[in-house]
Design a binder for this molecule. Sequence first.
Ligand SMILES: Cc1cc2nc3c(=O)[nH]c(=O)nc-3n(C[C@H](O)[C@H](O)[C@H](O)COP(=O)(O)O)c2cc1C
Length: 383
Amino acid sequence: MTNAPVNSGLFTPFRLGPLHLPNRLVMAPLTRNRAGADGVPEPIMATHYAQRASAGLIIAEGTTPNAVGQTYANIPAIHRPEHVTGWRRVTDAVGAAGGRMFLQLQHGGRVGHPDNSGLVPVAPSPVALPETIRTPAGRRPSVVPREMTADDIRSTVADFAQAARNAVAAGFAGVEVHAANGMLLHQFMAQNTNHRTDAYGGPVGNRVRFAAEVTRAVADAIGPERVGLRISPANTVNGIDEGDTHRIYPALLAAVGDLGLAYLHVLFADPDQPLYRRIRDDWSGVLMANPDLRRSPALPADGGRSAGERLLDSGAGLISLGRAFIANPDLVERLRAGAPLNEVREQYWMYVGGETGYNDYPVLGAAEDRGRVLAVTGGRSGA
Ligand SMILES: Cc1cc2nc3c(=O)[nH]c(=O)nc-3n(C[C@H](O)[C@H](O)[C@H](O)COP(=O)(O)O)c2cc1C
């Protein structure tokens, strides 16, 4: 469970639109349910992200652009002035610690519940999530979402654009549009969740229309160089069955390819996989790859470093990691030093609770780590 010290492309600087990133390691968006019941970020979130400010870029967790888009309890939001004020405390703390942040804009669509948002969820079609959903009172059966009208579609696009403006007002360098993991934009793209017969359903060109309109509106609102787009081709999480994966993503990229976005963020990226290679070849902008680490049951001992290096070698510009950043506030320093990584603690603590399992992971240089690092690196790490 030790890592050798490395000289890796991961630690070279990178120019992302107007931003100078000191390294290629990105903290992936990670929902942790630590906001207040009203969606206002809590001070412990400022501590959490500031602890991780050495990441080349932090993408803050999925954040709700309008009230009905809320997925679970204690998810942060960005549609009211108090949300902007709360996030400003976070971005100030990260900025003071030398970091840079994007905010992920996440509308859950059918991944929501009246017990969480106070509203019946909306979705492309009235197709319920085929699983129970977490609420403050425990797991509850999902409800059938209301089919979005043409007006709902227009207002939701506008809400994303306004949320992006709010994010910039809150001090974020940009936003990431969440079109992955079975959330609303993905629900429009997938066959099993989109049964519409209007211009947003049916042929693949119609099913990618909503995601493309949201992305374009957000880019128009704050400038394309401040906007990333996240996709998870073939991911079945949240009951998604895309049907024609191999047509969806080329169509989506064709629809947003001319916008000049900051990056395209691909989940479960694998350089041996033909669809990933096709996406990489079709995308002329910056590719951010979140390595596919699912072959190992637990997080690999190097947290995804070697998988990330393979992706850099095969053309990605930036590498995002999720769980390794949960457990290692100083992930960049640890990987650079070849130091052992903290292990992610119980699943339970990933999603629920206050400081425990959130802000209490030790950094390198804590007494118990120093001895271990010097042992593995022969004293060269300077930890
Ligand atoms: C606790 C937890 C919360 C997550 N929350 C989000 C989220 O808000 N938005 C998102 O796009 N992905 C989310 N993900 C997915 C991660 O961003 C990442 O893609 C995933 O963990 C795989 O990367 P890893 O193998 O490095 O952990 C979450 C994952 C975990 C474990």
